[in-house]
Every structure is written in C-alpha cells, then in structure tokens.
Design a protein around this ligand. Structure first.
Ligand SMILES: [Zn+2]
Length: 132
C-alpha cells in the first residue's frame, strides 16, 4: 500500500507486481484522498494539500493533518458508517478516469501514474471483511 508522491516508477512497479500476482493498494495522489471520499465525491484532480484542506473542513478529526496519518480514535469515529459512501465515490473516480475504465478496476492499459484522482483502498478493506 502506498500513495503516488510524484514517483513515476509506479507504472513499472504495477507491471512487476502483476507478473508476480501481487495486488497493489494505491491512492493517487495521496492516502488522504481515501478519507476524503468518505465525506464527499471528488470529480477533479486535486493536489495533496487541497485534499487535506477539504478533509479538515469535512471533519475536525482530520484538521491539521501533517505526516501523521494515524487512524486515531477520533478519526475512526468520524469515518464510522461512511465506508459504503467512500466505496461509491471511489468507484465513481474509476468511471471518470480518462481511459475507458469501468468499476471495479482500472484497465490494464490505464497507467497508474495517470490515475489521479484514484484510490482502491476499498479493495483492501473489503478483502479483510472490515465493515464500518
Ligand atoms: Zn483508469
């Protein structure tokens, strides 16, 4: 699991992972996008600072985010009950991808580095059968 952080080696990493049957959890441009999707749909590319700002406006628990990405009890409580909404919003991002992608996944010909905004953390959460 990682976010983009401007590292264009991500496309090669996805290819290598696919060859070895490894699934990647990826949030582009940043992990905070996943949290923001719990509160609102995202329809355009946003930089990480804008995402953090919007997230802080949505929930006090996420104000002043820095490098601390811990899911504190306050943050966890803020997200409670919103997982289905986040999943819908994440699927919508795939529908609006510039490629011919359709949920639940981007196509193999859709370069991960160009998938901004995108986030497949729902796959990871779903694979653990976590509901909140
Ligand atoms: Zn795509």
């Amino acid at each position: 699991m990682f976010d983009f952080d401007g590292d264009h080696r991500v496309d090669r990493l996805f290819q290598q992972a696919a060859r070895h049957g490894v699934r990647i959890v990826f949030s582009h441009p940043c992990l905070e996008l996943w949290w923001l999707l719990h509160f609102q749909a995202v329809t355009a590319t946003l930089d990480p600072e804008t995402i953090k700002l919007k997230l802080g406006r949505q929930s006090e628990a996420f104000r002043g985010l820095s490098k601390n990405k811990r899911l504190t009890p306050q943050r966890w409580e803020a997200l409670r009950g919103l997982y289905p909404i986040a999943c819908r919003h994440a699927d919508r991002l795939i529908s609006h991808c510039g490629c011919a992608c359709e949920p639940p996944r981007h196509g193999d010909d859709c370069p991960p580095s160009k998938r901004s905004p995108s986030c497949n953390l729902a796959e990871l959460v779903g694979s653990f059968a976590i509901t909140y």
